[in-house]
Design a protein around this ligand. Structure first.
Ligand SMILES: Cc1cc2nc3c(=O)[nH]c(=O)nc-3n(C[C@H](O)[C@H](O)[C@H](O)COP(=O)(O)O)c2cc1C
Length: 276
């Protein structure tokens, strides 16, 4: 299938697998999607520089197709962007900030840029600054969401506002019907996160994958509850027993207190990381 997105990014199908932090979308998922003709996007922002280079090399070992690397501009990432430009990563994907400063540097390095936004105003500003692809994210989206209105409402508004820039729809899309609907709304492609989360290639815990597959349409919640380290940023999460317990006490989640009890550990790039 050909759209402006496939021509611009030199991919075969207008499907992007969303970057999923901290490292859920690692080299295996990125390469699987890119090898299948879409665009896989790596999330490796918490990696130290040498590990970040290793992840880029791992992607390149698994695929020779275009892929992207994602940066959440709320957090320090300049050093990793420098590495990505030096390594000529085909696509730099940005979220939660203004990407204007990277557009020309990326262009000089031969890299394309994408920014995920949640409003027409932010889409318009980014398109004017020369960002190559705008991802319009509705509030259905899993993970952190900038969008405060539905994908179905936002996408046509963005597509009309920036007719000369390819628009990608994100949020609540999980199959071919969603892709067709997004194209009908004026998008040039889709970006799906949750749909790829429960695949064997994603670095999510098996229990998380199971819970995603098992969940019904009523089992998620958009909240600021998990604000530790990233306060007041809404995110869509599974409505677990923990979440149900804390609904109504979201302010507490913004404090990032040092005395937070540790409720578990995870591993990021092989390192144990406590979960407060
Ligand atoms: C578990 C998870 C983690 C995410 N992490 C990131 C991230 O690190 N960077 C980013 O730009 N978007 C992130 N997102 C949001 C996606 O870019 C995308 O907007 C979203 O997945 C689309 O909605 P969907 O999950 O309904 O497909 C994340 C989404 C999920 C589900």
């Amino acid at each position: 299938m050909k759209t402006r997105l496939t021509s611009l990014l030199q991919i075969e199908v207008p499907i992007i697998s969303a970057p999923m932090g901290p490292n859920i979308s690692g080299p295996e998922l990125v390469a699987a999607v890119s090898n299948a003709g879409g665009l896989g996007v790596l999330q490796a922002q918490m990696h130290p520089p040498e590990k970040f280079r290793e992840e880029l090399a791992a992607v390149r070992q698994l695929t020779s197709k275009p892929f992207g690397v994602n940066f959440i501009l709320q957090f320090p990432c300049e050093h990793l962007i420098d590495i990505s430009l030096e390594e000529k990563v085909p696509v730099l994907s940005f979220f939660w900030g203004i990407a204007d400063g990277y557009v020309w540097r990326a262009r000089e390095a031969g890299c394309k840029t994408m920014l995920q936004v949640g409003s027409v105003a932010d889409a318009d500003a980014a398109a004017r600054a020369g960002v190559d692809v705008i991802i319009a994210q509705g509030f259905e989206a899993g993970g952190h969401s900038a969008g405060r209105i539905s994908t179905m409402t936002l996408v046509p508004l963005v597509a009309d506002a920036i007719p000369n820039t390819p628009v990608v729809a994100a949020g609540g899309i999980a199959d071919a019907r969603g892709l067709v609907a997004a194209l009908a709304l004026g998008a040039d492609g889709v970006c799906m996160g949750t749909r790829f989360l429960a695949t064997p290639e994603a670095n999510a815990h098996d229990l998380y994958k199971y819970k995603i597959v098992e969940a019904s349409e009523n089992d998620t919640l958009r909240t600021i509850l998990f604000g530790h380290g990233w306060p007041n940023a809404p995110h869509r999460v599974l409505r677990t027993a923990f979440v149900t317990n804390w609904v109504g006490k979201e302010e507490r989640g913004q404090q990032g207190r040092k005395d937070e009890p540790i409720i578990g550990h995870t591993r990021i790039v092989g390192q144990p990381v406590p979960i407060p």
